[in-house]
Design a protein around this ligand. Structure first.
Ligand SMILES: [Fe+2]
Ligand SMILES: [Fe+2]
Length: 277
């Protein structure tokens, strides 16, 4: 199931049109001199550490995209599709890498970890661990990203509400804006899949939603305890929210296609049962 090239191109172009105008400087945009670490709680510091790890996994994702969607694919059609996708992946990778480094800089400036070398060592220890999204087709990869982008966007938004340290608030707002742009891109790709392949998409989307876990869940030491603590720092954040968002998205598709409604509803029911929601 490959999206027609013009469809993919339209979405990627639209994304990059917005993204090329949405730049900020990881080194200079934040007013580091206004940073007041005394305003950070221990829980907030731990939340920053945790999300730095999550963002720092970017090279792993980019490598995975390169291996699933090689630009030297044997078929010219597939190679063109992958080349087009690369316009997105390289820009998205840049933005996610900027998130990782901005958060790392925040750790250094705020004294959460003031030693760059020690911080780099801690970060690389997580990134060295094997972690793969595990899906091989663009629909499932983007469905996974749909959930993950929504999770990060909502998390940063909720965390910011509870923080009083001004530079962290500003950083979280910058991250939220990027994550919401990422989310829109992935949701448009999933939508395009439904437009072109109809309900054949549904079992694939269902599989991703039923098995969805945040990255690091299987590799980070003490993940469960840290994740619970992290959620506590962000009132209003609930890890079921991204999946609920997907249900809303599928319902919306059903509104435009009444003939699909019963299958979409049945699928949402199965996912809810499976996820005990
Ligand atoms: Fe990010
Ligand atoms: Fe993102």
């Amino acid at each position: 199931m490959l999206l027609p090239l013009p469809v993919l191109r339209e979405q990627v172009t639209h994304y990059n049109e917005l993204a090329d105008d949405a730049n900020w400087n990881r080194f200079k945009t934040l007013p580091w001199k206004d940073l007041n670490p005394d305003l950070l709680t221990e829980g907030q510091k731990q939340a920053v550490v945790f999300v730095t790890h999550v963002e720092d996994y970017t090279p792993g994702y980019c490598a995975e995209y390169q291996s699933i969607f090689p630009v030297n694919a044997a078929s010219p059609g597939e190679a063109m599709h992958n080349r087009e996708l690369f316009h997105f992946v390289s820009r998205w990778g840049l933005e996610e890498d900027r998130h990782a480094q901005a958060l790392a800089l925040y750790q250094v400036h705020s004294g959460i970890e003031s030693d760059w070398d020690r911080l780099s060592e801690t970060l690389i220890l997580e990134s060295q661990k094997e972690y793969q999204v595990g899906y091989k087709n663009l629909l499932q990869v983007t469905t996974f990203a749909f959930l993950q982008e929504k999770a990060t966007q909502l998390y940063y938004q909720s965390l910011a509400r509870n923080v009083s340290e001004p530079v962290l608030i500003k950083l979280l707002h910058l991250l939220t804006k990027d994550e919401s742009r990422h989310f829109v891109f992935f949701s448009k790709i999933v939508s395009a899949y439904f437009d072109h392949f109809g309900l054949d998409c549904l079992p694939l989307v269902e599989e991703v939603a039923m098995n969805y876990r945040m990255p690091l869940h299987s590799t980070m030491n003490d993940y469960r305890r840290r994740a619970i603590r992290m959620a506590r720092e962000a009132p209003g954040y609930d890890r079921a929210l991204p999946v609920r968002n997907l249900f809303g998205f599928l319902e919306e598709i059903g509104e435009g296609r009444p003939e699909w409604q019963s299958e979409l509803r049945a699928s949402i029911g199965r996912m809810k049962d499976h996820l005990r929601m």
